[in-house]
Design a protein around this ligand. Sequence first.
Ligand code: FAD
Length: 430
Amino acid sequence: MKIGIIGGGFAGLTAAYDLLKAGHQVTVFEAAPQVGGLASGFKAPGWDWSLERFYHHIFTTDADIIALAKAIGAEDLLFFNQQNTAFFCPEHGAHAVTTLGILRYPHLPFLDRIRFGVSGLQLKLRNDWQRLERITAEQHMTRWAGKRAYQELWQPLFDGKFGPYASQVNAAWIWARGKSRSFKLGYFKGGFQAFADALAAYVSKIGGSLKLNAPVQRLEQIDGGWRVFTNGVEDQFDRVIVASAPGVLMKLAPELPAEYTDKLKLLKSIGAVVMVATLKQPLLTNGVYWLNITKGALPFLALVEHTNMIPARHYGGDRVIYCGDYLPTDHRYFTMSDEDVTNEWLASLKTANPNFDPSWVKQTWLFREAYAQPIVPLNHSRNLPSLRTPLDGLFFASMNHVYPWDRGTNFAVELGHRVAREVASSGVTA
Ligand SMILES: Cc1cc2nc3c(=O)[nH]c(=O)nc-3n(C[C@H](O)[C@H](O)[C@H](O)COP(=O)(O)OP(=O)(O)OC[C@H]3O[C@@H](n4cnc5c(N)ncnc54)[C@H](O)[C@@H]3O)c2cc1C
């Protein structure tokens, strides 16, 4: 079959890889000048590695992306390290997130600390996420870890990550995070962009056609296939996969029947605003890579000192930090100027390190993304639209489809495999 894939993120590229291996002809259309989607990166002068616009790492448990790296001969790019994670609130300062750290956490009665630990272990050992999606994470954690532990440790994370949707998130989300995450974190030499480029090069090597700066403007169903319109050019395919956000599919295929678009409209998500800054010296001097911030303590949710994970020499000796938050797209940070958001956030860094001085800052970048984190409400699995749309030959794979797992590059790869299987089987006649 002749297959067009819209979106050169990890889902689209993986689907391209599988379908080419199965003997099909594949063209990938990517709107951006580079592949990689949400995990793509940029390189400032003097850096020898790319840096993600949005902080990224993988886990030792991320079997699909690790297997893909091996399959394309790029496993040498991948490495894993133990990293320090902590959480920060004004009263308690930074506090390590380790079993021992939680057991020593002085601001929670000892019994609650034990309950917190047991509730985490209990989730890790369970496999019945289907039952967990019937109750909210708040109900589940309050029942198992206790109200106080929930309010102290989980609620700040939920409020920060899901904002107004925090109380709607189901308990399967928290199960999936615990189940799929390791303490060791992985990264690619050269950044995630280097791995995305290696995958794109492999896709080209095995016969795929890759079109960058190629935003698809319109799809048109024709007898037995689809016309794809990009930059005034028209291509024809037997099958088309839209490997991107629900809004992209709705715009490209407005003739989708209401019972399908109703499901698309039910998919809620939240946006992200992330500032990257290069500094002349470290900000988190205790070696912490990831600092979760209690909502309100600083004007963002996470402070990530990337160069506490990756040596600064790959970025010309600069220290690299990310400040990031998940926000609805009507939040003021989506309409304020880059400069205003940056100034507000930089001014708050003294709270994290009282010695911080604005003269440490060398350069800043601000990135915003509307479709950054799917929201998973009660019984979410029942509301997910199928990968095969009701329109013949049109398929859809989005970050929402990795449920019950939380969005991530590993699950984008797994989704790419899954949608490729659906497409391939749609070409088999009895
Ligand atoms: C703040 C943040 C932090 C994250 N942290 C991590 C992390 O630590 N680890 C991890 O593994 N994952 C992380 N993720 C998630 C990860 O980036 C995504 O799950 C993954 O990249 C999704 O891949 P995808 O291919 O499904 O979609 P995307 O990467 O969104 O790819 C979709 C592509 O479609 C293209 N496109 C859209 N419209 C069109 C059009 N009309 N024509 C052509 N092309 C089009 C887009 O340009 C894009 O490249 C993070 C995401 C965010 C936002």
